[in-house]
Design a protein around this ligand. Structure first.
Ligand SMILES: [Zn+2]
Length: 478
C-alpha cells in the first residue's frame, strides 16, 4: 500500500490541470498550420494509400467505439417529450450522500440503471466543489455558487469577525448567502417542497419553510417514509402540487466513513438506495406521472479509503513551528489554520512547508500548505473572509492529526481536492427534458442550478454556472 503511494509523487511541479480540462478535447486546428513539405510522386501515392487506409480504420473504430461524446455536445436535435398528465414542469432533486461515482456498478442497481438507460448521465460523474464536504456541496448544487460565494465554506467554522460558530444545525439566514432554488421558486410564485437539504430550513426571500412543504431535519426518519411523503405531493390538487422537490438520503456516506468505499456494507447501502429509487419510480408510475417528472439523482461528493499509515502529525513540525491546537479550525482532510494576528502568515506557511519537506516528518511530503490566495485558482477557495488564511491540502487518502495516538483506524473520508476522481459523485437525470441513453461530459455541480431553473422556467439568480450550460444538456422545451 505504501509502495503504491510512493510510486506517484503527491504533488507534481505546478498545479494539476482543472479536472474539466482533462475531459475537453484538444483542439487541433489545421487552419494556419504550416503547409506540409512537398513529396515525390511515389511517396505521395504511398501517403495517399496510407491516408485512405487510416480513414477506413478510423471510421470503423468510430462505429465500434461506444458513443460517449467527449466534448460539450451541441444541444440535442429532438424536442422535449410532451407531458401527458401534469400541466407544469416538475423536478425532483435527489441526493444520496457520499455516493461515489462508480458505486452504481457495485451491485445490480436496476432502478438507477433504468434512469441511466432512459436518461442523461455524466460520463465520469459529477465534479464536486472544493472542499468536497457535505454542506458546502449541497448548497453549491442548490445555489450554483462556489462556497466562497455562498458562504458555507465548511461543515463547521467560526465567523472571524463576530466569533459566532456555524454548525450543521445553524439555520440563521446570515450564514446562508446566495439564492437557493427553493427561494428562486418561491420568489417567482412556484411552489417548492424540501424533504431535507442543507439550507432548506433557512427563511429567506419568499421562502419561510412552511410546514406543509418543508421538513425539519431528522436523520431517524426511515427512507421509505421520505419517499412516500414526496409521492404524497402528487396526490394534491394541481394548484397545490409543488414543482420543485428535494429528497435526501444520508447513505452511503454514513457507511463510507466507517468502513471505506470497498466494503460489502457499501454494496448493501447502494442496493438500498436503488430500492428507494425503485419505490419512487413505482409510486410515480402508479400515479401515471413518471414520464412527466424530471428526476435528477446526484450525490454531494465521493469517498476514499483512509488507513493506518497514511497520517501526518502536526506536532512533528515543532522544530520548525509549534502549532497551537486552537489555531487549527478544521483538521482533516481540510486543514484550515488561523494563527494569532501578530504572526506573519507567509512565515507560518514557509516554516510548515520546510518541515513537511525536510524528510524528517513522517508522510510530510503528502501534505502541502498554502496561503489561501495561493491555492490553485480552480479550487475557488480564497474570496471569502470566512475562509481561514492558511489551508493545507493532503494527498488523496492521507489524514492529518495533532499528535500520534495508539488508535489504528481504517475507514473513509472526503473533503480532498476535487480533482481526485475518488471525490466524484453521480449525475443521473430522467424525464421529459432529458434525452434517453445520453452521456454527457462530466461537469461541476454549480451548473445544476441553471439546469433546474431552465426546466422550471425560472429567472436564475446570478451564479457561478454557465448560462449556456442548460442548452447543452436539456432537450429544447416544446
Ligand atoms: Zn461524509
Amino acid at each position: 500500500m505504501a509502495a503504491a503511494a510512493a510510486a506517484a509523487p503527491p504533488f507534481a511541479a505546478g498545479d494539476s490541470p482543472p479536472p474539466t480540462a482533462l475531459l475537453l478535447p484538444r483542439t487541433t486546428t489545421t487552419a494556419g498550420a504550416a503547409p506540409a513539405p512537398r513529396r515525390s510522386s511515389a511517396s505521395s501515392r504511398l501517403h495517399l494509400l496510407l491516408t485512405a487506409a487510416l480513414a477506413v480504420a478510423t471510421s470503423y473504430l468510430l462505429l465500434i467505439l461506444p458513443r460517449t461524446p467527449l466534448s460539450a455536445a451541441p444541444a440535442p436535435a429532438a424536442a422535449a417529450r410532451a407531458q401527458v398528465k401534469l400541466e407544469k414542469p416538475v423536478v425532483i432533486l435527489i441526493s444520496s450522500d457520499g455516493f461515489r461515482f462508480g458505486y452504481q456498478h457495485k451491485a445490480a442497481t436496476p432502478h438507477i440503471h433504468r434512469l441511466i438507460g432512459n436518461g442523461t448521465s455524466a460520463a465520469t460523474g459529477l465534479i464536486p466543489v472544493f472542499p468536497t464536504l457535505t454542506f458546502p456541496n449541497h448548497y453549491s448544487i442548490a445555489t450554483g455558487l462556489y462556497p466562497s460565494s455562498h458562504g458555507i465554506i465548511n461543515n463547521y467554522f467560526p465567523d472571524p469577525i463576530s466569533g459566532d460558530y456555524f454548525t450543521m444545525s445553524s439555520h440563521e439566514p446570515k450564514w446562508w448567502l446566495g439564492q437557493p432554488l427553493w427561494v428562486t421558486a418561491a420568489d417567482q410564485g412556484i411552489q417548492a417542497a424540501t424533504y431535507f437539504w442543507p439550507g432548506s430550513e433557512v427563511k429567506k426571500g419568499s421562502w419561510d419553510c412552511p410546514d406543509k412543504y418543508c421538513r425539519h431535519y431528522n436523520g431517524s426518519v426511515p427512507f421509505e417514509e421520505r419517499v412516500d411523503a414526496i409521492l404524497g405531493y402528487f396526490d394534491l390538487p394541481s394548484d397545490e402540487m409543488p414543482q420543485f422537490l428535494t429528497l435526501y438520503f444520508e447513505d452511503p456516506d454514513h457507511q463510507g466513513h466507517q468502513v471505506g468505499p470497498d466494503d460489502p456494507a457499501i454494496t448493501e447501502a447502494v442496493v438500498r438506495i436503488d430500492e428507494m429509487i425503485g419505490r419512487l419510480i413505482a409510486g410515480l408510475e402508479e400515479r401515471g406521472v413518471f414520464e412527466d417528472v424530471n428526476v435528477i439523482l446526484v450525490g454531494d461528493h465521493g469517498m476514499v479509503g483512509t488507513c493506518d499509515k497514511k497520517l501526518v502529525f502536526l506536532d512533528e513540525l515543532a522544530p520548525w513551528i509549534k502549532l497551537e491546537e486552537d489555531w487549527v479550525l478544521s483538521m482533516t482532510p481540510l486543514l484550515a489554520i488561523r494563527p494569532p494576528d501578530d504572526m506573519s502568515l507567509p512565515d507560518v506557511v514557509a516554516k510548515m512547508n520546510e518541515g513537511l519537506g525536510s524528510g524528517k516528518v513522517e508522510n510530510g511530503e503528502y501534505l502541502r500548505m498554502y496561503l489561501k490566495e495561493d491555492l490553485p485558482s480552480r479550487l475557488h477557495y480564497a474570496d471569502s473572509y470566512r475562509i481561514p488564511p492558511i489551508i493545507g491540502l493532503p494527498e488523496e487518502g492521507y489524514k492529518v492529526e495533532m499528535k500520534r495516538s495508539d488508535k489504528n483506524e481504517c475507514g473513509g473520508a472526503h473533503g480532498y481536492d476535487n480533482a481526485f476522481f475518488s471525490m466524484r459523485t453521480i449525475f443521473i437525470a430522467h424525464g421529459p427534458r432529458f434525452e434517453g441513453g445520453r452521456v454527457v461530459p462530466s461537469f461541476e455541480n454549480v451548473e445544476i442550478y441553471n439546469v433546474i431553473a431552465s426546466i422550471l422556467n425560472l429567472e436564475p439568480a446570478p451564479n457561478n454556472g454557465s448560462s449556456s450550460f442548460p442548452d447543452t444538456i436539456l432537450l429544447p422545451s416544446e
